[in-house]
Design a protein around this ligand. Structure first.
Ligand code: AMP
Length: 383
C-alpha cells in the first residue's frame, strides 16, 4: 500500500482532486474537472472521476495498483450529528443525503462524488470531512438564533458555521508560529476568499463564527450578500419575488459582484484604482463589515493575541490587510507596511516586532487538512 490519500471536493458541476502525502504535506497531483453534465464534458460525477483517475495515471500514479491509504471527501453540511471526520458507510451516505435539506446546493453534489468514488475504489476507506464540524461545539449563546425555539428545533435552525476545516487548520498553526501554548492563545481568523468568514477562537475552541445556518451570513463575499436585515426578504417576498429569486439574488448576484459587477478581487481592486465609484463603494462596504466582525470578536474574546488572514484575498491583498486593521493602534493592533507588502507565500507575521497583537498571514490548505483527517480515521480501521 502507498502512503497517499486522494482528496475529493465534489461540487454541483465540478470535481477537484488532489493526491497528497499527508505527513509531509506534499501534493503529488492536483486538478479540477469542470462543466460536468455539459455537452462534450464528463456526463456525470462518475465519468469525471474516471477522467481524474486518467489524469492522475498520466502523472505516474495508477490508483488501482498503488493502493491508497484513504479517500478524503469534503462534505459541506454535517448537521448536528457529524462533528468529526467519519468513515463513510451506507448509513452515513443516507444521513448525508438527509442533510441535503439543510444544504440543497452542496450535499447532493458531495454525495454524488462519494458514491462514484466508493464504486470505483471499493477496497479503500472513504472518509467524510465536514465543513461544519469545527463549529459544532459553539457556545449556546453564539449558536442560537433569537426565534421561537419550537420553530428552530423543528427546522434544525442554529448557527452551524462553515469553512471549519480551514479555520481549524489555520488556527492550529498560529500558536506554533508564535511559539505559544495553544491553550493560551485567543485568536481571530479571517478566511477571505470568494466565500468569506471570520471566527473567534479561544484556546483552540471556536466561540463564534460569522457564517450561520447557511454559508450566506456574515461577511460580504464575492457573490453573496452576507448579513442583511431579514425584513428585506419579507419585503421582497411581498413584492412578488419567489424563494428561487431571492436565492439567486443573495447567493449569486450580491456581494462584490452585485455591487460592482466583479466578484474577483483583483478585478475589483483594479476598478477601485481606476476610480470606479461602484467598486469604491463595494470595497468600503466589504471593509466596513469585516471591521465590524473584528471589533465584535475582540470583545467576545476579551482581547486577541493573534489576528490571521487566509484564503485568496486574505493571503494576497496587501490593501485589505492594511485597511482592515488601520487605526487600531490603541488596541495594540498594527500592520507593518514593509512586512505586509513583502512578496512572501509562506506563513508569516506582518505586525511590527514586539506588537501586543500578532497579525499573521497563514496560507490555508483544506486539501491537506482533509488528507490528514482521512489518514487518521483510516489508520484506526481494520484492513
Ligand atoms: P479563494 O476562494 O480562497 O480561492 O479566493 C478567491 C479570491 O481570491 C478571488 O476573489 C481572487 O480574486 C482573490 N485573489 C487571488 N489572488 C489575489 C491577489 N493576488 N490579489 C487580490 N486578490 C486575489
Amino acid at each position: 500500500m502507498s502512503d497517499l490519500v486522494l482528496v475529493l471536493n465534489s461540487g454541483s458541476s465540478s470535481l477537484k482532486y488532489q493526491l497528497v502525502q499527508p505527513e509531509s504535506g506534499e501534493s503529488r497531483v492536483a486538478g479540477l474537472i469542470g462543466r460536468i453534465g455539459e455537452p462534450e464534458y464528463p456526463a456525470d460525477h462518475e465519468a469525471a472521476l474516471v477522467a481524474a483517475f486518467e489524469a492522475i495515471a498520466a502523472a505516474g500514479y495508477d490508483l488501482a495498483a498503488l493502493g491508497l491509504r484513504a479517500v478524503g471527501h469534503r462534505v459541506v453540511h454535517g448537521g448536528d450529528q457529524f462533528y468529526r471526520p467519519t468513515l463513510v458507510t451506507d448509513e452515513v451516505e443516507r444521513e448525508i443525503e438527509r442533510l441535503a435539506e439543510l444544504a440543497p446546493l452542496h450535499n447532493p453534489a458531495n454525495l454524488r462524488g462519494i458514491r462514484s468514488a466508493r464504486a470505483l475504489l471499493p477496497g479503500v476507506p472513504h472518509v467524510a470531512v465536514f465543513d461544519t464540524a469545527f463549529f459544532h461545539g459553539l457556545p449556546a449563546a453564539a449558536r442560537t438564533y433569537a426565534i421561537d425555539p419550537a420553530v428552530a428545533a423543528r427546522y434544525g435552525i442554529r448557527r452551524y458555521g462553515f469553512h471549519g476545516t480551514s479555520h481549524e487548520y489555520v488556527a492550529g498553526q498560529v500558536p506554533q508560529l508564535l511559539d505559544r501554548d495553544p491553550a493560551t492563545v485567543n485568536q481571530i481568523v479571517l478566511h477571505l476568499g470568494n466565500g468569506a468568514s471570520a471566527s473567534a477562537i479561544a484556546g483552540g475552541r471556536p466561540i463564534d463564527t460569522s457564517m450561520g445556518f447557511t454559508p450566506l451570513e456574515g461577511l460580504v463575499m464575492g457573490t453573496r450578500s452576507g448579513d442583511l436585515d431579514p425584513g428585506i426578504l419579507l419585503h421582497l417576498d411581498r413584492a412578488g419575488m419567489t424563494a428561487a429569486d431571492l436565492d439567486a439574488l443573495l447567493n449569486q448576484h450580491s456581494g462584490l459582484r452585485g455591487m460592482a459587477g466583479a466578484n474577483d478581487f483583483r478585478e475589483l481592486s483594479a476598478m477601485v484604482e481606476a476610480g470606479d465609484s461602484a467598486a469604491q463603494l463595494a470595497y468600503a462596504v466589504y471593509l466596513h463589515r469585516l471591521r465590524r466582525y473584528i471589533g465584535a470578536y475582540l470583545i467576545e474574546l476579551g482581547g486577541a493575541d493573534a489576528i490571521t488572514f487566509t484564503a485568496g484575498v486574505g493571503e494576497n491583498s496587501v490593501a485589505v490587510r492594511a485597511d482592515a486593521l488601520a487605526g487600531l493602534d490603541r488596541f495594540g493592533i498594527a500592520v507593518d507596511p514593509e512586512r505586509n507588502a513583502a512578496p512572501a507565500r509562506s506563513a508569516r507575521v506582518i505586525s511590527p516586532a514586539g506588537a501586543p497583537v500578532a497579525v499573521l498571514v497563514v496560507p490555508t490548505d483544506e486539501e491537506l487538512a482533509i488528507a490528514r483527517a482521512a489518514a487518521e480515521v483510516a489508520t484506526g480501521q481494520p484492513d
